[in-house]
Design a protein around this ligand. Sequence first.
Ligand code: GLV
Ligand code: MN
Ligand code: MN
Length: 419
Amino acid sequence: MLFCLSRFRPIDIARLQREIDELALISENPPPVVTRVLFSEADLRARTFVRNLCREAGLTLREDAVGNIFARWNGTETAQPPIATGSHIDAIPNAGKYDGVVGVLGAIEAIRALRKSGFQPKSSIELIIFTAEEPTRFGIGCLGSRLLSGVLSPEKAALFRDGGGHSLDDWRAKAFHKESLNSVRLPQNGYSAFVELHIEQGPILENEKLSIGIVEKIAAPSTLRIRLTGGGGHAGAVLMPERRDALLAGAEIALAVENSVLTSGSPDTVGTTGVFRIEPGAVNSVPCRAWLEIDLRDTQIATRDAALQKTESAVREICQRRKIEFTLDRVNVDPPAICDSTLVETIFEICSELHISSKRMISRAYHDSLFMAQVCPTTMIFIPCRGGVSHRPDEYSSPEQIEKGVAILARTLSRLASS
Ligand code: GLV
Ligand code: MN
Ligand code: MN
């Protein structure tokens, strides 16, 4: 028998908001800034905070070799694959408190509300707290879900090095994960569905005064890492015709990224040079080395790839002309994800039943859902955020907006776990 909507107990939004505020204080920077880099002390403390909430909610905990946390509410039909939900609690430097967190703490509250309502799932419901959705320590996003889905091999992950030359294994050991990464990949049919609740990170829902976005497609991200080596020297003594300035080559490359994007022919192509470091970094010394990380995305893979190739050709031309040695690595070049149309329809129906306004939309940000979509039917539930602002300390969604998102997630989980 399907769980009856009228028996559904309300979301305790006051408690959820307190938990969101409390988790935001676990940060490498003072409030309102949230920074939680993979396996930093703040990340480890945040994990403990969330594990405790999961235990208090009666969930059974397990962790894999890369630190993905799984918190399960056992269903009556243990032979059926679980329904999964979840998101991340790591945060880029200078972030806010809602990105990822709403999908983790919101899912715990959805489960508590379902329990209070007397709901008993047939299929188990599993909350996944993914490791390193953000590309912080190793410069690659969705580390946990890439390994879970098999898109990233353990051998390739073992080669990752952070800025200090430390490997993923070094950091895993510090975080008490000693088992082999080979055990992380999910089995086929491990989950029957995955639904991630998240803030929109864009302005559409707010502008259109809508409460819920249901994601049909996730844009295709890619990342380039470029190392430039020129010739340094004394800022007074090295005359201009002799210079091989790595910063100036990098500056031209950043402009070439912008040009590749603006001439792609698609308004959906976006490109960002988000990391640009130089050495030696002294006012009276010509920059001899530069390090750039470039993010290029589009909803269409063809235009994204064309912009990527144009950028790479520009790097070669600029470096040749300026006599700069370079290495160029494609850190990741991912396809877009197409979400499951039946799940999208189900959530759309639930929104209508609850008289909550909604629309189908594209996610321009990437999420662990991009990789979960390779494993099982997947979609996302978006809620509005003020001004579309995200990845900034002033990121904000109101308690009312969060409450609606959690209510839709709870109804979705109950419907999926009943069948
Ligand atoms: C995720 O945080 C992204 O950069 O889209
Ligand atoms: Mn993010
Ligand atoms: Mn996120």
